[in-house]
Design a protein around this ligand. Sequence first.
Ligand SMILES: [Zn+2]
Length: 366
Amino acid sequence: MFQQISKFIIEGSSAKTFHPAFVLSSLLVFALAFPSPSLTQTENTDNTKQADNYFNVISKAGLLRWPRSAMPLHIFIKSDDTTDGFRPVFVTLLEQAFSEWSAGAQNRLSFELTNDPDKAQILCGWTSDKNDMTKLTEGGHALVIPEGHNIQRVQITILTKTIADKDLSDQFFKRVALHEIGHALGITDHSPNPTDMMYGNPPFNTINCTLTDRDKNTLIALYSLDQETINHRAINMANMLPDKDNQSNLARIIRLNAEAAKAMQTKNLTLAVEKLEEAHNIDPNNDLINSNLGSVYGNCAVVASIIHQTQRAQIYFNQALPLLAKGPNRENYLSILRFYESFLRSNGKLDEADKIDKTIETLSNR
Ligand SMILES: [Zn+2]
């Protein structure tokens, strides 16, 4: 439905001189695989030789964490769900898992539950559809949205069924919960040790799922670093993308989003629109893609208004604003609303401009 008007940007050559280029949110995914039957637990089981953390492993691709100013982190856990296989105890176990990480971090992190998903930085939800995972062998994943060196927002999705379509045991669920929260807090890779909760391929028969000292020490190491060290070791996004041969919907969306972000850096709006429309068609309900697509349409609207293509600008604004309203990128939403307001004023639509002004005010005060 977006295909028709998105191409015009190529026609207007003066569009190349446009000023605003909105930065798109990136998207990283960290998953936990279900155990494979052939899995053996021979890796690093000699406890005497182990370091007391695996920070060197997780810091290889660069560092990412929540800023101190974001504390307490607001957590939204979807409950009263109709997802097949969902049990209310999952909510309790998830809350316990957050408490365990919080205690393990020794006052470096704090959490607060919220009933309002719009106020949450970490959103937890469920699915019984294996196709929502990046791989069919996956038990859950954390979608991490970074902003510079910081984590801005995370969506955790946990599969409510095993790959054999059986119900999850409480213990295995707890393991998935602890694991995904670890990713959500900035542990971007896996421990090489099967006893750690951040090991990537847990055995099925795990009992007593609880954070190890190594898990806790790794998180403490990450949150004990000074900001300067973090600033010098930005995460390398290109290394974090799903493999090309991974054709799951989510993997494709993440690659398309990365391609769009790259296109925006070189101010190639047409390409960015193309990539994000493709991602939007794969999953029209992905609010980060919606937000990014809204930002790019908004950018197109601004360009069109600069070159006095008033009608086209209006069409782009009409497409951009509903998408931005639904998505998490409030900063881009506000800037595009401000552009829209001045666009309306310069076209003599003062009543409408006043309405937009009120929306801006309400949003800024939230
Ligand atoms: Zn993982």
